[in-house]
Write a protein that binds this ligand. Structure first.
Ligand SMILES: Cc1cc2nc3c(=O)[nH]c(=O)nc-3n(C[C@H](O)[C@H](O)[C@H](O)COP(=O)(O)OP(=O)(O)OC[C@H]3O[C@@H](n4cnc5c(N)ncnc54)[C@H](O)[C@@H]3O)c2cc1C
Length: 302
């Protein structure tokens, strides 16, 4: 089922069908407050009222023109301005292919540079998401070229990739910040661990390494390393230090437990029109979510 859903996430015809169907849109609402920046900022306010800060990411990947990249950059520059004006505790997270990585390194490099500079002037921390492994080298290059020690600029690394222990050490040596996740894409056995148990073990080992690398009690640091996971069993086995981040709408019942333990905690809110591949990856993470999709077909469901 997981493999089928991940395959479907790359299907253009299905994407067009899904975006037209009201019942799919209703089901997507469970994981996404809406398609506009205003919808996302509304969710930021609601979370802030519960003492939970946020990360925002506009959905979109694999854009195919420089004009589209400019629009994405403008959108995020506007988001930085709204965060600064509202004095909000909000980070941003961007996807390199949404900023033109497929159009050649230079387009993307310039876009990330513009955004990073604008975000840093506004004091808004910026994260780079990690996409499928065909973009790994280019994404790491982008990060290492632009990261300056002490800056609030971090990168996501995926525990399921065989090479991640080395990549993680390199980011730590450069004084960078890591958001560790298990990994959400369909990858070949040559590049990624296939068994869930072994992915969990890898996450645990790397998570412990991040905890060890987090300066204890130092609140002057611009960012923290992050464990991006809803796996409470694994999180409980990693010493304090890193921030825990979870996705909007997922495992909300566990959030108070993390907050009450005093663990720094933040929720990543995705929003935007291009939700189809991202939504399919969320279904693949928990095929039981397909049940919610089916139930939303029923009158009053969703
Ligand atoms: C803040 C954050 C940022 C991320 N950024 C990236 C990225 O840049 N690149 C990338 O490849 N991946 C990213 N991911 C996704 C990540 O790789 C995993 O696919 C995802 O987090 C599920 O793994 P898990 O650690 O929660 O553990 P799992 O073992 O998958 O889940 C643990 C428990 O959480 C619940 N759960 C997990 N996922 C769902 C879901 N979709 N719906 C309902 N319940 C669920 C289930 O109850 C499950 O038993 C990110 C995740 C988070 C939280």
């Amino acid at each position: 089922m997981r493999s089928l859903l991940l395959k479907a996430s790359r299907n253009g015809w299905l994407a067009r069908q899904a975006r037209r169907r009201r019942f799919v849109k209703r089901a997507v609402r469970r994981f996404m407050p809406g398609e506009s920046l205003d919808d996302a900022l509304g969710a930021v306010d609601a979370l802030a009222a519960e003492g939970i800060p946020a990360v925002l990411t506009q959905l979109g990947e694999n854009v195919d023109s420089a004009a589209d990249v400019r629009q994405v950059v403008d959108h995020y520059r506007g988001a930085v301005d709204r965060i600064v004006e509202g004095e909000l505790d909000v980070h941003l997270s961007i996807k390199p292919t949404h900023l033109g990585l497929d159009l050649g390194g230079d387009v993307c490099r310039k876009a990330v540079d513009t955004l990073r500079t604008h975000a840093s002037e506004g004091g808004v921390p910026l994260w780079i998401d990690m996409e499928d492994s065909s973009y790994l080298e280019a994404t790491l290059d982008l990060y290492h070229d632009q990261h300056e020690p002490g800056s609030a600029f971090g990168i996501c690394l995926q525990a399921y990739l065989h090479r991640t222990p080395d990549d993680l050490e390199r980011v730590l040596e450069a004084g960078g910040w890591v958001r560790l996740v298990k990994g959400a894409y369909r990858e070949a056995p040559e590049v990624a661990i296939q068994s869930r148990r072994e992915v969990d073990e890898a996450f645990l080992g790397l998570g412990r390494r991040l905890a060890e690398a987090t300066p204890g009690g130092d609140f002057s640091i611009p960012l923290r390393h992050v464990l991006g996971s809803h796996d409470m069993t694994l999180l409980a086995q990693i010493p304090d230090g890193p921030e825990v981040q979870m996705l909007y709408g997922i495992r909300t019942g566990a959030w108070p437990e993390v907050q009450e333990a005093g663990t720094p905690f933040r929720v990543l809110i995705s929003y935007g029109e291009h939700w189809y591949p991202w939504y399919m990856r969320r279904l693949a993470e928990r095929p039981a979510n397909v049940g919610f999709l089916v139930r939303s077909l029923l009158p009053g469901g969703g």
